[in-house]
Design a protein around this ligand. Structure first.
Ligand code: G3I
Length: 399
């Protein structure tokens, strides 16, 4: 007599997990059969989980080639990233055709002591660019930061002579090798109630309480390299007040024949930056000065739309997402990057777009305005391409 097969819950679980479908026939009772034959037990395998989409990986050259007809694709780098062993080196070579020294071509690095020049790192960065068929943006000849105090000592005439000498040394050394220089960086005030558009800085004071230093810098750079594109560069030009003051200063310089070739927009943005305001920065210059070149010089998109107090006294800053960045924020960032690059490509005056770093691991925003996990760039901390890059490159991709 055939024995009725009885299945414990464990057995059934094994069957289910076994994923094989088969009919079991036994004897004895069983529901439904007319001859006492146990109805077949058909076990259907669990549905195969959908294959997760492969992580996006740009093909070699895809980023820089996608915009080759519009603008260079740049990254701010530090010397160690030029070394083959560095995690970013291959991404740089594969995807970018322009570099900017994040800090190693500033006065405090090149001339830490008056009359003493250290060309070691700047030379290495310029050579890396040339060896890898990239251009290099010089950053920055004059800034109120990263500049040793000796630059500001003495009478305005002495300050002028020293500044002109420094710029002549640097621009001459890289003549016909550095294609563009940020001649002056961040000379516009952020104060919307200010009586004039100029930042009150050590340069303002050292010049005798005026902005003459801007003329001195541009004229010295032009004399040293007539072929180099000379830029004024600033941040927050996506804010109407700062943008208006920027236009005022540039108009004054152009009207007086100061040799300004281009306008740099740093574009340190955040996920809630209105696209229209970012693009209005470019349009405001095009509307006023046909013929000026425009570079997006330090693009990154912070995850956090902090209040002003966070930048002032580090209060009210948005809470750190840590490792739990909301998907909605990642989508916001990807969509804004996509729309920005579409907008830049539609504006012929934009001839260079530089990201302020290669991967999220490098970003200055991990420590500014507070120490916090940020992810403002196009490759993540593990050097995987992010959805933001896919959104820029793949028109069929929905972030
Ligand atoms: O790499 C050295 C490290 O070896 C050393 O131990 C450490 C302490 O001395 O310094 C490290 O170098 C620092 C470097 O950032 C890399 O982290 C420099 O001190 C520090 O001055 C430098 O800060 C740079 C800053 O400009 C000042 O030059 C930031 O990287 C850079 O992102 C920032 O970039 C500016 C733009 O030039 C202008 N627009 C705003 C933007 C952000 O502040």
């Amino acid at each position: 007599m055939a024995h009725k097969l009885t299945f414990t819950a464990r057995d059934r679980l094994k069957l289910l997990l076994g994923g094989s479908a088969f009919a079991l026939v036994g004897c004895g009772g069983g529901g439904g059969g007319n001859s006492g034959v146990t109805p077949p037990l058909v076990v259907t395998p669990p549905p195969t989980p959908p294959t997760p989409p492969a992580a996006f990986e740009p093909t070699v050259g895809q980023f820089k080639n996608a915009f080759a007809a519009n603008f260079e694709i740049g990254a701010a780098i530090q010397e160690d990233q030029t070394l083959d062993a560095d995690q970013d080196s291959q991404i740089l070579k594969d995807q970018f055709n322009s570099i900017t020294a994040e800090f190693q071509m500033k006065p405090e690095i090149i001339a830490p002591t008056e009359g003493v020049f250290d060309w070691t790192v700047p030379d290495a960065l310029v050579q890396f660019a040339e060896d890898n068929n990239m251009v290099i943006r010089g950053h920055a000849l004059l800034w109120h930061q990263a500049t040793p105090d000796y630059f500001f000592a003495g009478t305005p005439a002495e300050v002028r002579t020293r500044l002109e000498s420094y710029i002549t040394e640097v621009v001459t050394r890289y003549k016909d090798r550095v294609f563009a220089w940020d001649v002056v960086n961040e000379v516009i005030t952020d104060d919307n109630s200010a009586s004039d558009p100029y930042r009150r800085s050590n340069w303002w004071d050292a010049s005798g309480g005026n902005a003459d230093y801007i003329d001195w810098a541009f004229n010295a750079a032009r004399a040293a390299d007539p072929n180099c594109q000379l830029f004024i560069n600033d941040y927050n030009t996506e804010l109407p007040g700062k943008r208006g003051r920027y236009v005022t200063v540039i108009k004054d310089l152009v009207d007086r024949g100061v040799p300004v070739d281009g306008v740099g927009h740093q574009m340190h943005l955040h996920v809630e930056t209105p696209l229209a305001e970012a693009l209005a920065a470019i349009d405001a210059i095009d509307d006023e000065f046909m013929g000026l070149i425009q570079h997006v010089t330090e693009l990154d998109i912070s995850l956090y739309n902090d209040p002003g107090s966070c930048f002032g006294d580090q209060t009210g800053c948005r809470a750190d997402y840590g490792d739990n960045i909301p998907a909605s924020v990642i989508t916001q960032q990807a969509e804004l990057y996509r729309d920005l690059f579409e907008g830049f490509a539609a504006r012929s005056s934009v001839t260079s777009v530089t990201l302020w770093g290669v991967s999220d691991a490098q970003s200055w925003l991990n420590n500014f305005p507070i120490t916090r996990t940020n992810a403002p760039l196009l490759w993540d901390r593990d050097r995987n391409a992010k959805s933001a890059l896919q959104a820029i490159l793949d028109p069929d991709f929905t972030p």
